[in-house]
Design a protein around this ligand. Structure first.
Ligand SMILES: [Zn+2]
Length: 1069
C-alpha cells in the first residue's frame, strides 16, 4: 500500500491558500460564515469613513509642516551612502506652460500630477531637480474677455493666475515657485523681443506682403496652422477670410532639414512617442519628386504660349494626366483675370471657399500640353486648365497636374467639374494588363492610389532603348526621366516641403510688441537693445470695452517715435507676436529667470539644458514643439547656448504626451439629450436611473464640456478624497498616454489601499514583547546579507536548521537558509518591486504599473504571518521601502506613515544619537531617498532549477521552478523536498495545466479508471480522500524526483508495478 505521509500543518495551509484545487476535494465545505450582523457592517462602514476622512486631511497637514520646515531642511548624516553625499546629476522636469484660463481642470491635474511624481522621484534619487512653473499669459482669450468685460487684460490674467495657484496648491505639487514668471511681464517679454532681434539680425525675421488668413471675429491674422479643414478659425470658429497684408514672418524653413533629420535622434530609446515624431514629420512634409514644364496655349486671350512649372511626386502617373490646375494667385491666373470678368468673380468668391473645396474654373480656350505626349502617342495631347482653390499658392509653384485615375482628390475634382467624362487608368496592379477606363456612376469608379505597374499598352516611341509598359512604377519613373533627358525635355529632380515660414504678426494688444520702428527713409529699423523692452501702453480699463481692432494701431501717442538711425519722426510696429513665440523659448528662462541683461547666461543654458522630461498634451504635438525646436536650434547657433550643438539644438530630451481626460456622460436613450447630474439617481452606482422616467440612462465617456454636463472640478474631488487618493486614482485608472475615463466609483479601491498602507505603518505587527527590545536597523539600505548579519548579531535571526555539518558552503548561504520561505518570498517581492517601480518611474513612465506594483507589495507585506521575530523586522524594513516608493505618488500618506512607523520605535532611537531617524529631529520620508534594487540578491532569493516533467517516463514539459531551500531534506520530515518541488511545480503555468482542477493528470487518471482493470488501484473511492497529497497526484500514483527537482517523473499505477522502475530518490504516495 502506498504510504500516506503526514503533512506539516503550515504546508497544508499554504497549499490550501495558494492552489485551490477543488475538483477532487471532498472535505465538507467550510460552513458559510455567519452573515455579519448589521451592527458589524455599520461599525466597519464607520471605521472606513473615519479612515477616509483622515486620508483626505493629510495633505493640508503635511503641507503646513513641510512649509514650516522649508528653511531647515533635514540632511542626512555625513559620510553615508545617501545620494545627497554624491555629486548630483541634474534633472529638469517640466510640464507644458499653463495658459491662465482661471480654472484648473482635470487635464491640468493629470499633467501636473505626472510631472510632480517624476520630479519627486528624481529628487529622491538624488538628482538636482528643476521643476518650475510659470504662465503663458499673453493671448486672445484675455483680450476677448477684456473687450467683453471692460477690464484690462492684465488684470484679468493676474486674477486668473492667482485663482489657479490657489487651486494648484491643493494637489500637493512641489514646484520651484522662486522661478515663476509670466510671459506678459516686461521683464520676460524684453527677452522675447531680444530673441526676435537676434533672428532679424540673421535675416530670419522678415516682413512680406502676403495673402493671409484673417479672422473677422477676432480681427486678427491667423497662421495656416490655426485654420481648420473647414476654413474656420481654431479659436473663434469664424469663417476665415483671405487678405493681402504686410506681415512679419520667421524663416523656420531655413531649419527644415535639421528639424526633420534630428527627429531620428529624438526617436532613440523611445524618448519621443512615435506618433508625435510622425506628426512632426508630416507637418514638415518633405516629399521627393520632379519638376517639369507643361506648355500652355492661351491664344483666346491673345497670349503667346508659355511654360508652366509643375511639381509631382508621382512621375509614373504622367501618362494619366487629364488636366492642369492652378492656384488662385498663380501669375498666369492673375494675368488672365485682367481680361476675364467671370474669372475675377470666381476668384472673389473662392476667397470664402474651404481649402478642400472641389470647385474649379475652367479657363476658356486655354489648353496645356503634357510633356510626355512628345514621347508616347496620346489620343489628345492637349488638356484643359482649371483654376482651383485646392491648389496651394506656395506648394511647388502653385500648379499641379490632375491625375483623376490615380489620386482621390483629382478624381473628385474631375467628377465635380466634368461629371461624365471617362477617366484614364495607366497604372495597374497586374503586370502585363491594360486597365479599363473609369466610368461615372459605375461600380468601379474609384481611383487606384497605390503604385503598381505601367499599363502594358504604354510605350515610349521615340527610342526602343526605353521600355515602359509593364514596368513597376519606380522603374518606369526612372526610365521616363532617362528618356526625357535623351529627348531634351527639361525636367528636374527636386524636393518639396509642406512647411511654410512662420507668420508671427498678430493685430492685437495682448502680446509681445514687435520691436521695430518704421521710418519713411530708413525702412524698418530694429529698436536698439538699450531701449528694450518696448512696453505695451497702459490703457484704461474702459478703453477695452467693446473695442474692436488693434488698440496699438489706434494709439497715436504710443506709435509716435523717432527713427533710431536718422532721428526723423517714425512709427512703431503695431503688430504683436503670436504667443507661440513666448512658449518657444520659455524653458531657457526658467534656468536663469531673474537675469536682466540677457535671456539666459550661456553657462546656465549649458548646465541646465536639455529639459530631461517634458510633459504635456498631445494636442501640442505639432506647432508648439515645432516652434520650440526651431527657436532652440537657432539659439544653439548663437552664444546663448554654446553647447547646444552637442544635442542638435534639441530642447526636449524625453517627451511624455498624456492622453485627454473624458468625463462620465449620461444621456436619455430615447431623445439622446444629455442629462445633468442632478437628473440622474446614482445612489446605486451600478444601476443609475433617470429620476423623471425611471429609465436607465446611456453612459459614455466623452470630452468634458459644459453642454454635456460631464465636467469635474478637480478641487472638489481633492477636497472630498484628499490629494493623495486623487493623484493615485488618476494615475491608476489609465496609462499616461491613454485617454483617462474619469470615473469616481473605483476610487474606493485606492482609498482602501492607502488606508492599508497607513495601517501597516502603525507597526501593528510588532508584538508587545518584541516592541520592548525592538531596534530598527541603523542602515536599512544595507545589502540584504548585511541586514541579516545585523539581525543575527542582535539575536533576531536564529541559526539555520542543519542536520549535518557542512550543509552550507558559505556563511551567506547559511544566513539565507535561516529564513522561512515566507520571509524569503517577502524580500524577493520587495526587491522585485523596487526594480520594477524604478524602471516604471524612470524609463517607461508607466505610472499605473507603479500603483499596481505598490498595491501588490502592500498585500504581500500584509499577508506575511508572524513566522519568527525576523519576519517582524523584515516587515518593518519592507514598509519603510514601501513608503519611500509611494512618496512620489502620495507624498502626504507616505510622510504620515513614515512618522508613524518611526514613532513606534522612537524609544530605541532616542537612546542612539547617531541613528539616522534621530538626526535633525525626525527627517521626513523624502530625506531618505529612493530605495535601490539589490540586483544580485534576487537571484539568490529566487533560485531556480530547470525542471523536466514526465509522465510514465515521457517528457511532457520543462519549466523553471524554485530550488528547495538548502536545509530541506537535511532535517525534518522525510519527503520534504518532494512536497516542496511538487508544490512549486504545480504553481507554474505549465504545471497548472497538469495539476490544476481539470488538469491533464486527472484526465489521464479518469480515463484509466474508466478502462478499469484489476491492476487499477485508484478506482473505488477517489471521492473520499483524507489527505491533501491527493490534491496534486491521483491516488495510487507515484512520483519520483531526481536532483532536488531537476526531474519529476509521475508514474501511473500500472507502470508502478514494473519492478525496474523502483525509485531511488522517489517517494511513494
Ligand atoms: Zn530713419
Amino acid at each position: 500500500m502506498p504510504s500516506l505521509l503526514p503533512y506539516a500543518h503550515g504546508w497544508r495551509q499554504a497549499l490550501r491558500r495558494r492552489t485551490p484545487f477543488s475538483a477532487l476535494r471532498t472535505c465538507p465545505a467550510t460552513p458559510p460564515e455567519e452573515a455579519a450582523s448589521t451592527k458589524t457592517e455599520e461599525a466597519k462602514r464607520q471605521t472606513f469613513e473615519r479612515s477616509a476622512a483622515e486620508l483626505a486631511s493629510l495633505m493640508p497637514k503635511w503641507q503646513a509642516r513641510w512649509e514650516a520646515a522649508h528653511h531647515k531642511r533635514p540632511q542626512l548624516p555625513p559620510g553615508d551612502d545617501s545620494p545627497s553625499s554624491k555629486a548630483k546629476a541634474k534633472a529638469y522636469v517640466l510640464p507644458m506652460f499653463p495658459y491662465p484660463s482661471g480654472e484648473l481642470h482635470l487635464g491640468h491635474l493629470r499633467v501636473y500630477t505626472i510631472s510632480d511624481v517624476l520630479a519627486r522621484f528624481k529628487r529622491m534619487q538624488g538628482c538636482k531637480v528643476t521643476h518650475p512653473i510659470g504662465w503663458d499669459a499673453f493671448g486672445l482669450p484675455a483680450e476677448n474677455a477684456a473687450m467683453a468685460r471692460g477690464i484690462h487684460p492684465e488684470k484679468w490674467t493676474l486674477h486668473n493666475i492667482q485663482t489657479m495657484k490657489t487651486q494648484m496648491a491643493t494637489m500637493g505639487g512641489k514646484w520651484d515657485w522662486d522661478k515663476e514668471f509670466r510671459t506678459c511681464d516686461p521683464d520676460f517679454y524684453k527677452h522675447t523681443q531680444r530673441i526676435f532681434l537676434m533672428l532679424h539680425e540673421r535675416g530670419l525675421a522678415y516682413q512680406a506682403e502676403s495673402l493671409v488668413n484673417y479672422d473677422p471675429v477676432d480681427m486678427t491674422v491667423l497662421a495656416n496652422e490655426q485654420v481648420d479643414a473647414n476654413g474656420c478659425s481654431w479659436r473663434s470658429g469664424a469663417k476665415v477670410e483671405k487678405k493681402m497684408l504686410k506681415q512679419w514672418f520667421l524663416r523656420i524653413k531655413a531649419f527644415q532639414q535639421e528639424l526633420l533629420r534630428d527627429l531620428d535622434a529624438l526617436a532613440e530609446n523611445g524618448n519621443w512617442p512615435e506618433r508625435v515624431l510622425t506628426m512632426q514629420r508630416n507637418w514638415l512634409g518633405r516629399s521627393e519628386g520632379m519638376k517639369l514644364w507643361f506648355q500652355v496655349n492661351a491664344i483666346h486671350y491673345g497670349l503667346q504660349p508659355t511654360d508652366i512649372e509643375v511639381f509631382t511626386t508621382r512621375p509614373d502617373t504622367l501618362f494619366g494626366v487629364q488636366y492642369l490646375a492652378l492656384s488662385l494667385k498663380h501669375p498666369f491666373v492673375q494675368l488672365i483675370s485682367q481680361s476675364d470678368p467671370d474669372l475675377r468673380a470666381f476668384l472673389d468668391r473662392a476667397q470664402t471657399l474651404p481649402p478642400d473645396s472641389k470647385e474649379g474654373y475652367r479657363l476658356r480656350g486655354v489648353e496645356a500640353m503634357n510633356p510626355v505626349s512628345k514621347l508616347s502617342p496620346t489620343p489628345d495631347p492637349s488638356i484643359p486648365v482649371y483654376v482651383a482653390p485646392y491648389v496651394l499658392d506656395d506648394y511647388g509653384s502653385g500648379a499641379v497636374m490632375g491625375v483623376p485615375g490615380h489620386d482621390a482628390r483629382d478624381h473628385a475634382f474631375w467628377r465635380a467639374n466634368t461629371n461624365h467624362l471617362p477617366i484614364m487608368q495607366v497604372i495597374t496592379s497586374d503586370p502585363g494588363t491594360v486597365p479599363e477606363p473609369l466610368l461615372a456612376g459605375s461600380d468601379n469608379d474609384t481611383p487606384m492610389l497605390s503604385t503598381g505597374f505601367i499599363a502594358s499598352n504604354i510605350s515610349l516611341v521615340t527610342s526602343k532603348a526605353f521600355p515602359c509598359g509593364g514596368l513597376p512604377s519606380d522603374e518606369a519613373a526612372a526610365e521616363l526621366v532617362k528618356c526625357m533627358d535623351h529627348n531634351s525635355i527639361w525636367n528636374e529632380k527636386t524636393e518639396n516641403w509642406r512647411l511654410r515660414d512662420w507668420l508671427i504678426s498678430r493685430q492685437r494688444y495682448w502680446g509681445t510688441p514687435i520691436p521695430i520702428i518704421h521710418c519713411s527713409s530708413c525702412g524698418p529699423v530694429p529698436v536698439p537693445l538699450e531701449d528694450l523692452p518696448v512696453r505695451l501702453p497702459n490703457l484704461p480699463d474702459e478703453s477695452f470695452q467693446g473695442n474692436a481692432g488693434n488698440p496699438l494701431a489706434n494709439d497715436p501717442e504710443w506709435k509716435k517715435t523717432a527713427c533710431p538711425k536718422c532721428g526723423s519722426a517714425a512709427e512703431r510696429e503695431t503688430d504683436t507676436m503670436d504667443t507661440f513665440m513666448d512658449s518657444s523659448w520659455y524653458f531657457f528662462r526658467f534656468l536663469d529667470p531673474k537675469r536682466a541683461d540677457s535671456p539666459i547666461r550661456p553657462r546656465e543654458a549649458n548646465n541646465g539644458m536639455q529639459v530631461d522630461v517634458y510633459i504635456g498634451g498631445v494636442e501640442h504635438a505639432i506647432l508648439h514643439l515645432l516652434y520650440a525646436r526651431f527657436i532652440s536650434k537657432f539659439l544653439a547657433t548663437t552664444p546663448l547656448w554654446p553647447n547646444g550643438a552637442t544635442v542638435h539644438g534639441e530642447p526636449f530630451k524625453k517627451l511624455i504626451t498624456q492622453g485627454m481626460v473624458h468625463g462620465k456622460t449620461y444621456s436619455d436613450p430615447e431623445t439622446g439629450r444629455f442629462l445633468r447630474p442632478t437628473e440622474v439617481d446614482t445612489s446605486n452606482p451600478k444601476a443609475p436611473i433617470i429620476k423623471a422616467t425611471g429609465v436607465t440612462p446611456n453612459i459614455s465617456f466623452e470630452k468634458m464640456s459644459k453642454s454635456k454636463y460631464n465636467g469635474v472640478n478637480p478641487v472638489t474631488t481633492i477636497q472630498k478624497y484628499g490629494a493623495d487618493v486623487t493623484r493615485a486614482h488618476l494615475l491608476f485608472q489609465a496609462a499616461v498616454s491613454d485617454v483617462l475615463e474619469w470615473d469616481e466609483e473605483p476610487i474606493t479601491g485606492v482609498q482602501r489601499w492607502l488606508i492599508r498602507v497607513l495601517r501597516l505603518s502603525t507597526g501593528f505587527f510588532i508584538s508587545p514583547q518584541t516592541e520592548k527590545t525592538f531596534k530598527p536597523p541603523h542602515n536599512f539600505d544595507a545589502n540584504f546579507i548585511d541586514l541579516l548579519s545585523g539581525f543575527r548579531n542582535m539575536g533576531v535571526l536564529k541559526k539555520a536548521p542543519n542536520a549535518r555539518p557542512g550543509a552550507y558552503k558559505t556563511p551567506e548561504e547559511e544566513l539565507l537558509a535561516a529564513l522561512k520561505p515566507e520571509e524569503t518570498d517577502l524580500w524577493a517581492k520587495v526587491q522585485e518591486t523596487i526594480a520594477s517601480v524604478t524602471k516604471s518611474y524612470s524609463e517607461t513612465c508607466s505610472l499605473n504599473t507603479v500603483i499596481s506594483d505598490l498595491m501588490g507589495l502592500t498585500n504581500a507585506i500584509w499577508d506575511v504571518g508572524e513566522t519568527s521575530v525576523t519576519s517582524i523586522y523584515l516587515r518593518y524594513v519592507a514598509v519603510l521601502h514601501l513608503l519611500r516608493m509611494l512618496a512620489p505618488v502620495a507624498p502626504a500618506v507616505a510622510e504620515e506613515g513614515w512618522q508613524n512607523l518611526i514613532s513606534k520605535t522612537s524609544v530605541r532611537i532616542r537612546t542612539n544619537t547617531e541613528h539616522p531617524f534621530r538626526y535633525e529631529g525626525k527627517p521626513g520620508v523624502f530625506a531618505f531617498g529612493f530605495p535601490k534594487a539589490e540586483e544580485d540578491i534576487l537571484a539568490k532569493l529566487r533560485l531556480t532549477n530547470q525542471c523536466v516533467f514526465m509522465v510514465d517516463g515521457k517528457k511532457k514539459f520543462e519549466t523553471a521552478i524554485r530550488k528547495p531551500p538548502a536545509h530541506l531534506g537535511t532535517v525534518g520530515e522525510v519527503g520534504e523536498v518532494e512536497r516542496y518541488v511538487l508544490k512549486v511545480l504545480a504553481e507554474t503555468e505549465a504545471g497548472k495545466e497538469w495539476f490544476g482542477d481539470e488538469g491533464k493528470l486527472w484526465k489521464v487518471a479518469r480515463e484509466m479508471r474508466e478502462r478499469g482493470g484489476e491492476e487499477n488501484r485508484m478506482g473505488e473511492d477517489v471521492d473520499i480522500m483524507e489527505d491533501e497529497a491527493f490534491e496534486l497526484i491521483p491516488r495510487g500514483w507515484r512520483v519520483k524526483i531526481v536532483g532536488r527537482g531537476k526531474l519529476v517523473n509521475v508514474f501511473s499505477p500500472k507502470k508502478a508495478k514494473t519492478p525496474e522502475e523502483k525509485p531511488a530518490a522517489g517517494v511513494e504516495i
